[in-house]
Unconditional design. Structure first.
Length: 382
């Protein structure tokens, strides 16, 4: 005959098996926290599953032996040796894992972690064996001396990765300083150009218009002359403003891209320049366009001013995500970045994009300046 509770769809009350399941889940969670397993992590992610099973059995055995010890009189705590045997591999694992996660010299950190665990184990053995003479002081002292010697005589040379990071930090620090210096110099240049150019012409324009307004009735001819001067001053001020804007971001660069802007530089050069372009149809990123344009412009300016060349050439090409710009001339050679600010300025400008500048300028020529800048596909800075 069936149980009435079953016929009504009511489950029987939870028995001993349910309570055992809850206790086993609690013990399993405690073991997982001891071994460093995160919540919801599948078994074996931190420790191999066979090792976890062995350690779990050891923990359960330790609890059982502790209960036996308590029921048999609670005298000498002999289950402590089980706990010590179980705790040593766990302590070694967790301490070494912590040491490997620290910064600095991992070997020294692992050495310190192992020495600490061994020292704690010796103290635990002394506590469980006797409370008389504290003999662990000697092995602990020996461990400390060896660790101190390791820390004192360990090579202070950083690893290759640490050295690379240190070099990168130095480069970024220098780039930041150079960028701030360039920004301040550019702001001062703009302020000076506005003050000496457009501002002076606009002041003259205002004075001419004021005088023309006063002479319009009494001396119309002089007023017309002043108006003509004001018209000329307005055109000159507009030209100064256009030149200022061209120095910040040339309109031809925004309209025609890098190839067209460099072509305009070549056409305006008093030295004949041959130009070769191997660039894709799509535009390069705007920061790369700007940096490359001003780098080529500075190289051409140096060539015109200092090389005494009869001809020059410019090569632009994109290969494997790298923009390569070559500016050469048949001049006297001997170009030295340390002797002037032009070539050094090119290096600083391109360095902000992980770019490089190589200069070949033997005495007697030719001078070849090769500039390379990573583009968007290969550098996160662009």
């Amino acid at each position: 005959m069936s149980d009435p509770a079953d016929s009504r769809g009511i489950s029987p009350p939870a028995g001993d098996s349910d309570r055992f399941g809850r206790w086993s889940s609690l013990v399993s969670g405690s073991i997982g926290s001891v071994l460093g397993q995160k919540s919801g992590e599948p078994p074996g992610r931190t420790w191999p599953w066979a090792v976890r099973r062995t350690v779990s059995f050891g923990i359960v055995l330790g609890f059982v032996l502790t209960v036996v010890w308590a029921l048999t009189g609670a005298g000498y705590y002999w289950p402590g040796w089980i706990w010590l045997t179980l705790g040593l591999p766990v302590a070694f694992y967790r301490s070494i894992r912590w040491a490997l996660g620290t910064r600095g010299q991992h070997a020294l950190a692992v050495h310190a972690a192992i020495s600490l665990v061994i020292g704690a184990a010796l103290v635990a053995i002394w506590v469980m064996s006797s409370h008389r003479y504290f003999w662990p002081i000697w092995p602990i002292l020996a461990l400390g001396v060896v660790l101190a010697a390791h820390a004192l005589f360990a090579p202070s040379v950083p690893s290759s990765r640490e050295q690379a990071l240190a070099d990168r930090v130095d480069v970024l620090t220098r780039i930041r300083k150079d960028a701030l210096d360039v920004q301040i110099a550019e702001m001062r240049r703009v302020e000076r150009d506005l003050h000496d150019g457009a501002q002076a012409r606009l002041v003259s324009l205002g004075m001419s218009l004021g005088m023309a307004d006063e002479l319009l009735d009494s001396d119309p001819d002089e007023a017309h002359r002043l108006l003509a001067e004001a018209r000329t001053a307005a055109g000159d001020a507009l030209g100064d403003l256009r030149a200022l804007v061209r120095g910040i971001l040339p309109p031809v660069l925004a309209d025609r891209g890098l190839a067209g802007a460099v072509q305009a530089l070549v056409l305006g050069s008093p030295v004949p320049v041959e130009m070769t372009v191997e660039l894709p149809a799509e535009r390069l990123p705007a920061p790369v366009d700007s940096a490359a344009y001003f780098a080529v412009a500075e190289a051409l300016t140096n060539m015109i001013k200092h090389s005494g060349a009869g001809s020059a050439w410019v090569r632009l090409r994109l290969a494997d995500g790298l923009l390569i710009m070559v500016v050469g001339d048949d001049g006297r050679g001997g170009a030295d970045p340390e002797q002037g600010s032009g070539l050094r300025g090119i290096e600083h400008r391109l360095e902000a994009f992980d770019g490089t500048v190589q200069i070949s300028s033997p005495s007697g020529g030719p001078t070849v300046v090769t500039m390379e800048v990573p583009c968007a596909r290969s550098s996160p800075k662009t």
